[in-house]
Design a protein around this ligand. Structure first.
Ligand code: F6P
Length: 355
C-alpha cells in the first residue's frame, strides 16, 4: 500500500532556470488542494542540512509564476555529497515530518535525490536547466526562455555589427550540450556554429566569411558553445579578425541567459510537471523524473535517466550498457541516436542557409 503523505517538501538545486517558480507554485497548490502540507526548503540540499525551511501556503506562491530565478533560492552543496550531510538531511526531514520531496534541478540534483531516496526519504525530480541536457526528457524547464533571451541579445548585436561591418562571436551556455547554440544559431541566422558534439571546420568558416564579405554582407554572427572549452571563443575571435580582415568582437552572454521572466512554454510545462510530480509521490511512486516527450508527460526511473545521460555523453562503459535490459537498451540507443541526429540536421541546415 502507498505510504500516507501528510507533508511534502520542495527544493530547487543547482543552476537556477526560468520557470522554477512556476513549478514550485504548481507543486504547492497541487499538494494543498489534495490536503497535503508543503515545506519550502531553502537553498537546495543545504537547507535540508541547515534546517532552513518553512511551511508554504497557497498565498506564499502568489505572483511568482512570472518571475525568473527561484523563490526558494538555489545552491550546489558539497556537504550533501558526504554521508554526514545526507544523515543530517534525513534527520531534519524526520524532525519536520517531511514524508517525501519534490526536487527541481538538473542531473546533480537528481543524484542527491537518489541518495535521499536510498536513505528512506522518497523523492521525485522535475528537470530544470537551461541546458536541455537530460537525455530522458525532450525538454527541461528554462530552455525555451534562455533561447529567447539569446535571440534577443544577438538581434541587438547584429544591429551594431551591420552598422560597423563587423563579425561578433557569441559564446552561449549549455555546458557540454549544443542545443542552445544550434537552435539559436538557426533562429538568428548565424554564419557559423561551433558545438562540442560535432567537428568544427575553422578554415571553412573563415573562407565563408571572406567570400560573404566580398559578396556585400556586412554583419556576421558566429555562435559558440561554452562546451568548446575555455579560451576557445577568444582565440577564434582573434583568428577570424586576423585571417579575414573583418573587425571581430566577442560577446560572452553568460548568466544573463539564466534570468528573466519565463516564456509561456516554460510556465505551462512547469505547471504540468509540478502537478504530476505531486500525483506520482502521492501514488507511492519514488525515484522517478517527470519527463516530457512528444508533448506529453512521461515518467522515467531516475536510474534510467542517469544511465541514459552517460550513454549520450559517451561516458557509459561497455559493461554498463550490456547490463541494461535489452529492450530498454535498444530504446535508449535509438533515442540517443535520434538526439544526435537532430543536432546534425539543424547544424547542416544552418550551414545551408548561411549565404
Ligand atoms: O547548468 C546551467 C549552467 O548555466 C550551464 O549552462 C553553465 O555551464 C553552468 O550552469 C554555470 O554554472 P555557475 O552558475 O555555477 O557559474
Amino acid at each position: 500500500m502507498a505510504k500516507e503523505f501528510k507533508r511534502i517538501g520542495v527544493l530547487t538545486s543547482g543552476g537556477d532556470a526560468p520557470g522554477m517558480n512556476a513549478a514550485i507554485r504548481s507543486v504547492v497548490r497541487s499538494a494543498i488542494s489534495r490536503g497535503i502540507e508543503v515545506m519550502g526548503i531553502y537553498c537546495g540540499y543545504r537547507g535540508l542540512i541547515d534546517n532552513d525551511m518553512k511551511l508554504l501556503t497557497e498565498r506564499d506562491v502568489s505572483n511568482i509564476l512570472n518571475h525568473g530565478g527561484t523563490m526558494l533560492y538555489s545552491d550546489r552543496c558539497d556537504k550533501f555529497k558526504t554521508q554526514e550531510g545526507i544523515d543530517l538531511a534525513v534527520e531534519n526531514c524526520k524532525k519536520n515530518g517531511i514524508d517525501g520531496i519534490v526536487t527541481l534541478g538538473g542531473d546533480g540534483t537528481f543524484r542527491g535525490a537518489t541518495d535521499l531516496s536510498g536513505n528512506g526519504i522518497p523523492c521525485i525530480g522535475i528537470p530544470c536547466t537551461i541546458d536541455n541536457d537530460i537525455s530522458a526528457t525532450d525538454y527541461t524547464i528554462g530552455y525555451d526562455t534562455a533561447k529567447n533571451t539569446v535571440i534577443e541579445m544577438v538581434d541587438r548585436l547584429r544591429d551594431t555589427c551591420e552598422s560597423h561591418a563587423r563579425c561578433n562571436v557569441v559564446e552561449v551556455m549549455g555546458r557540454h550540450a549544443g542545443y542552445i547554440p544550434v537552435e539559436c544559431g538557426i533562429a538568428i541566422g548565424a554564419t557559423g556554429i561551433a558545438i562540442p558534439e560535432l567537428p568544427f571546420d575553422k578554415e571553412k568558416l573563415i573562407n565563408n566569411l571572406i567570400n560573404l564579405s566580398h559578396n556585400g554582407k556586412r554583419n556576421f554572427i558566429v555562435m559558440v558553445s561554452e562546451g568548446m572549452g575555455k579560451g576557445f571563443s577568444a582565440e577564434l575571435t582573434k583568428e577570424i579578425e586576423e585571417k579575414t580582415g573583418i573587425e571581430t568582437r566577442l560577446a560572452v552572454l553568460a548568466h544573463v541567459q539564466r534570468g528573466g521572466s519565463p516564456s509561456c512554454t516554460d510556465r505551462v510545462i512547469a505547471t504540468r510537471m509540478g502537478y504530476r510530480a505531486v500525483e506520482q509521490l502521492l501514488a507511492g511512486r519514488y525515484n522517478e523524473v517527470v519527463c516530457y516527450r512528444r508533448g506529453n508527460i512521461h515518467i522515467s526511473e531516475m536510474e534510467y535517466a542517469f544511465t541514459f545521460d552517460r550513454i549520450v555523453k559517451g561516458k557509459a562503459t561497455e559493461e554498463e550498457i550490456a547490463a541494461i535490459e535489452p529492450a530498454l537498451r535498444a530504446e535508449m540507443l535509438e533515442r540517443a541516436e535520434s538526439k544526435k541526429d537532430y543536432l546534425v540536421r539543424l547544424y547542416n541546415l544552418a550551414e545551408k542557409v548561411s549565404l
